[in-house]
Design a protein around this ligand. Sequence first.
Ligand SMILES: Cc1cc2nc3c(=O)[nH]c(=O)nc-3n(C[C@H](O)[C@H](O)[C@H](O)COP(=O)(O)OP(=O)(O)OC[C@H]3O[C@@H](n4cnc5c(N)ncnc54)[C@H](O)[C@@H]3O)c2cc1C
Length: 416
Amino acid sequence: MTLSRRDFLAAVAAVPLVGRRDAHAAGSRPRVAVVGAGAFGGWTALQLHHLGAKVVLVDSWGPGNARSSSGGKTRVIRAIYGPDRIYVEMVKRAFELWEQIAAATGVTLYVETGALWMHRADDAYVRSSLPILRDLGFAVDPLTIAEAARRYPQIDFGGVTSVWFERKAGALLSRRACIAVRDAFEKAGGRYRTAHVKPGPIANGAMSALRLDDGSKIEADVFVFACGPWLGQLFPDVVGSRIRPTRQEVFYFGTPPRSDRYQAGHLPIWIDFGKHIVYGIPGVDGRWLKVADDTRGELFDPTTGSRTPTKEGMARARQFLAERFPELAKAPLLAGEVCQYENSPDGNLIIDRHPHAKNVWLLGGGSGHGFKLAPTVGEMAAQAIVSGKEVPKLFHLDRLRDVFKPATQFEMKKKG
Ligand SMILES: Cc1cc2nc3c(=O)[nH]c(=O)nc-3n(C[C@H](O)[C@H](O)[C@H](O)COP(=O)(O)OP(=O)(O)OC[C@H]3O[C@@H](n4cnc5c(N)ncnc54)[C@H](O)[C@@H]3O)c2cc1C
């Protein structure tokens, strides 16, 4: 579908935008600049292009770079989302879009493993999701501890009181996926640039142009900032500390030689709800087992923060491994990564217009669970920008006016 720029601009906003008259006169396609080629920005740029916009995508260091929240090897995609139907619906749509792009690019972006949910106490998070999952066609099987132990002899189920197996879940190859989305965007005719961007001045309710580090400018009708953990720094007045980047460590342990027991197809993704939520991914792109603690770490600067994992973090991961995967108690550490969550105060996403600039959109707040949702986030944002389709209120910025205590997405669900 190719939208005329005139139709596009008419749909974008009720208020006049700076430079609109010139844009109308040009009579060409509407211009959108998307800043940030992580999961959110890449997908938004691609979807905007599909909807007929002329899009430039800009990133300081490139799609899925090592500083970004979308960097690293893998991310979990699962549909269990407590009582929040909206996220289950978004995951359902995201699965379709991830599958479409994998088919279109011929790149493996998803490995299905299923997800094993282990609880040492309350399993309300899973149970509250079951009716929604049934309704939307996601199968989840309850397993007795004995059944689970028979199926997965690699795991010691000590302390576990309930186990659920989610069939359609798996690992997305995160960095590879960001690059594939950028490549698909360029192949379709979109323009990608590596450059560091400063938001342009806002006057009369609109932003006029982006300023780049080489002194040049990007003019556009609409500006989208999908800057993950940097969003608060770029917009201190309207986002600021509503995005808190926290330091998160991830470890990859080597599996025994000639053994498939820890590879996808033999071991699912697992999520262990104990005092901390610890989760892991079987080998999908190498002979390792990924282990990560979902507990929010210290505040972290995504540009300058040290990416060397701590001895303490490594020791905690090893202790967990010894307890849950006894055969791997002495497994060698193959790699460690430091990434950052970009937490919103309530763990929910941000997809909204800038409150003082009608032609600026702010996307972020993935809060440790956003990657899987990125195709749907991109679709929602693009449809909102192009056709004015309403974004769910849950993702509006003004919900955060009165929320002060930061919470994780899992904690919010428990409260709900
Ligand atoms: C360790 C870890 C594990 C996670 N696990 C999961 C999981 O299992 N499942 C899941 O669904 N989600 C998970 N997440 C969350 C998910 O990865 C993030 O929510 C998601 O990747 C955020 O994407 P984004 O595009 O918003 O941000 P980013 O990926 O950070 O992208 C922002 C981009 O903006 C660019 N940028 C910033 N400022 C500028 C500027 N001024 N000019 C130009 N470019 C700029 C950056 O270079 C960057 O590429 C995890 C996150 C981490 C850190």
